[in-house]
Design a protein around this ligand. Structure first.
Ligand code: 13P
Length: 249
């Protein structure tokens, strides 16, 4: 049995004050909840406050991105060591918004994944097809390519804490959710690729989250699928009550 992981991706929302308010209201709602792992990923600016607020609780803190270099002249960037230094344990890599708007490629995803694993962070690598690719029956090819290239020269031993998030781009922030069957089919492709790259035993343990318009109303149905190992939640994670309802599906 894989323990499910429910992660909040706050994207570019919330100031440090708002982040503190969130944790004040959210933590009591999920106190003692240990059926699932809970992770909240705020902006860089709120990480410090989030780590302080969640200290000693059942909630871990993740970042939404990182740079792969150890240090250097990379204006505006933050690396794995800096994230670890403020108490971050998880990091989202290759979110479709970063691929779409910030030039993230399969190759930078690979570099970021290697750097996160090397540093001991738990990477949540996002993959997923755009609408045109789904309509052209290219979903399988896209997912295989994204996984294969993300995993390039990564060993099963190093990747042991890897988490994947399947986020069909057409379902993000649109209110359109993939049907449980669509998600299950996509997860099976991803698991198959992980098995090719890292072996069956690794693939059996790999957690694959679903993301894309997860809400309190659909969380239970999605999370009831054995193949879906958790959720990566955008909009509905900004409100403490709504995110707690998803955690408790
Ligand atoms: P929404 O839950 O707002 O659709 O966003 C999903 C997502 O992109 C999480 O990373």
């Amino acid at each position: 049995m894989r323990k499910k992981l429910i992660a909040a991706n706050w994207k570019m929302y919330k100031t440090p004050d708002q982040a503190r308010d969130f944790f004040r209201d959210f933590l009591p709602l999920v106190k003692g909840h240990d059926r699932d792992e809970i992770v909240v990923c705020p902006t860089y600016l709120c990480l410090d406050d989030a780590v302080a607020a969640a200290k000693g609780s059942n909630v871990a803190i993740g970042a939404q991105n990182l740079h792969w270099e150890k240090e250097g002249a990379f204006t505006g960037e933050v690396n794995a060591a800096m994230l670890l230094a403020v108490g971050v344990t998880h990091v989202i890599i290759g979110h479709s918004e970063r691929r779409q708007y910030f030039g993230e490629t399969d190759d930078t995803v690979n570099l970021k994944l290697k750097s996160a694993l090397e540093a001991g962070l738990i990477p949540i690598v996002c993959v997923g097809e755009v609408l045109e690719e789904r309509e052209a029956s290219l979903t399988d090819d896209v997912l295989r390519r994204q996984c294969l290239r993300a995993f390039h020269k990564v060993s099963a031993k190093k990747a042991v804490r890897l988490v994947i998030a399947y986020e069909p781009v057409w379902a993000i922030g649109t209110g359109k959710t993939a049907t449980p069957q669509m998600a299950v089919d996509a997860h099976a492709i991803i698991r198959g690729e992980a098995s090719e790259c890292f072996g069956q035993e690794f693939a059996d343990k790999l957690r694959i989250l679903y993301g894309g318009s997860v809400k309190p109303e659909n969380a239970h149905t999605l999370m009831s699928e054995e193949e879906i190992d958790g959720a990566l939640v955008g909009g509905a994670s900004l409100d403490p009550k709504s995110f707690a309802a998803i955690v408790k599906y």
